[in-house]
Design a protein around this ligand. Structure first.
Ligand code: ZN
Ligand code: ZN
Length: 271
């Protein structure tokens, strides 16, 4: 299995996940044209996409669905309450969906709309995706455990949110149990997953106002290192720049490996 988070954040979310026989998109919050361009940057095309799976109906996760269906006639799958208006095929939470050589299961997460995470496996390796959730409940954690790679929300730094420009009401909504995950909440979940085989962590849905890749990766990496899990590779996904292709199940990095940030305008160095 391989994956790349093609784009992430409140202006559009798309993740590409592939088995040896095909690939899927998790969410499609950018137009078909933009997704085609992002896929090209990791050496792929829309021919490599066999289906779209939707986590929830918010437009930053679904706005590209009509153009993808129109231009490529791709099948769209979602759990109840998510994709009915987009003519998605409904899949019950927990039920296995076989698509593009992968088995996918939706599991519910707390957010201010009907929202689901995804657990995907090719029979050998496992990827979990959970963005747009207010908290990692024990049930959510159970769904995520044992994954080789997790794409997990790290929306905001709680201090930056508190001191930032948003209204009191919006701040409350973001940090509520039905809002978005903070860097510290992501770090807490990462510690649990790291003790159960996690090798790669991609922090996603970062706020451009209340977070930064350096802040998010710093908070989570530090927590992992201090708990003796310094070998877990931590990356941040950003808007409009695909992460490198991550080979699912690659052995842990050398302990003590420190994620390298580029200087100047560059947010981080891409391998
Ligand atoms: Zn979102
Ligand atoms: Zn959302």
């Amino acid at each position: 299995m391989r994956l790349s988070v093609l784009s992430s954040g409140s202006s559009g979310n798309v993740t590409y996940i592939a088995s040896n026989t095909g690939g899927i998109l998790v969410d499609a919050g950018l137009s078909c044209r933009r997704i085609r361009g992002l896929l090209a940057r990791i050496g792929l095309s829309l021919d490599d996409v066999g289906a779209v799976l939707l986590t929830h109906a918010h437009s930053d996760h679904t706005s590209g669905v009509p153009s993808l269906v129109r231009e490529r006639n791709l099948p769209v799958f979602a759990a109840p309450g998510v994709g009915e208006k987009l003519n998605a095929v409904t899949v019950a939470p927990g039920d296995p969906l076989q698509v593009s050589g992968l088995e996918a299961r939706f599991f519910p997460v707390p957010h201010d709309a009907e929202t689901y995470g995804l657990r995907l496996t090719d029979g050998e390796r496992c990827v979990v995706v959970a963005t747009d959730l207010g908290e990692v409940t024990p049930e959510v954690l159970r769904w995520m455990r044992g994954a080789d790679v997790a794409v997990l929300e790290a929306n905001h730094d709680i201090e930056w949110l508190r001191r930032g420009p948003y209204s009191a009401d919006l701040k409350r909504r973001i940090s509520s149990p039905n809002g978005h995950l903070s860097n510290h909440q992501a770090a807490e979940a990462a510690l649990d997953l790291a003790s159960r085989g996690l090798k790669d962590l991609v922090l996603a849905h970062l706020s451009r106002t209340n977070n930064s890749p350096a802040r998010a990766c710093g908070t989570v990496s530090r927590a992992l290192r201090e708990a003796g899990h310094g070998g877990v590779r931590v990356r941040a996904a950003i808007h409009g720049h695909p992460t490198p292709n991550i080979e699912v199940g690659e052995p842990l990095a050398e302990p003590g490996y420190v994620y390298g940030y580029g200087g100047g305008q560059q947010l981080f160095e891409v391998e």
